[in-house]
Every structure is written in C-alpha cells, then in structure tokens.
Design a protein around this ligand. Sequence first.
Ligand code: ZN
Length: 205
Amino acid sequence: MSHLRSRKIVDLNIIKLDSLLKVIETSIIPLTQKSVKNGNKIFGASILYKHDCSELLSAVNNEIESPLWHGEMSALKRFYELTNRPKPKDLIFLSTHEPCSMCLSAITWAGFDNIFYFFSYEESKDDFAIPHDLLIMKEVFSLKTGEYRRKNHYWESYSVAELIPLQPAKKRSLYYERFNDIKKAYVNLSNVYQKNKNENNIPLA
Ligand SMILES: [Zn+2]
C-alpha cells in the first residue's frame, strides 16, 4: 500500500466542539431553512480550518438541481472552485448527517483525512425518514448495518457526539442542550421537507 500517503491520526483534542456546533447553528441551519423551502433535503456540510476550527465555507443539499448535489458534494464543488484553496489535510470536513456512500467516496477523492458528522445513518432513517444511506450500503455493498470502515488509510470518521466526553465536565450539560436544540431545528426542517417532497421530482426522495 505504498502508494497511499502515510497514515495520519486526527487529534480529537484540537477539534473545538463549540466551533463545530456554531457553524451548524449559524451557517448550515439558516442555509437549510431556505433550501428546504425550495424542495431540497435537510442535509448540509461545512469545511473548517484545523488550526482554529474557523469556517471556510458551508453548503447545503441542492437535489432539485441534480440528485448528485448532496450537501457534502455542494461543499466539495464550492471548495474546488476556490482560487486560493487551502490543502485538504489542513481542513476539517463536517457533515450534518453521516455521509452516504457517494459522499464518502467524494470526500476521499477530494483529499480530506477526516469526517465529522452530527446525525448517524440510523437517525437519518428513523428520525428523518431518509433510509437511502443504509439501503444503498446494503443493496450495493452488502453492508447490512452501514458498517463501512470508520478508520481507514484515507480518513477517520467521527460522530460529533464523541467530542462531548472530551470537554470540561462543567460544560457538558450545555453542550447536551445545544445538541437537543440542533436536533429540534432539524425535526422542524424535516417536517417541511417531508410535507413537500412529492412535488420535488428527486429519484430517492
Ligand atoms: Zn451523500
């Protein structure tokens, strides 16, 4: 496997949970509120700098234009349109929902060494009525419970919730409250999407 670059471990202690949540709260959710009104799904993504966890860009699902424009794909497209682009290895890839098989591969091809996601595949299926991630894993890749390799030669993927135990004990309850508020916001966004989805002509709605 010498053609693969040397394995890089993501240091979870340098990832600022506050910054990851803030980008979801103040960038991705407002963008999503607009895009679901147009018939798009609720998914979004951000790219942040590793060194200070500040936001480089955020983007959201745009499946009404093309079913390939998942939130992650929209973010990668915008990233590669930047003229002065930072190196992917200096960046954090944040997805609101655990990336589907297409997006996992796209993030790989785009050169990122980490993926953080807020909601799991199970939550996408059970809480947001989007079963396609798990169904594609099962039907196309024979992965019955979506168990792709979360640590591999290219990247490591983590649930954002895994960062909570690394925070100072007295701050954890505040983080749990923010998690709950974000979940409530997505339940509302999902209700808008589900109500209008029959009109949007997306193949896997
Ligand atoms: Zn995807």
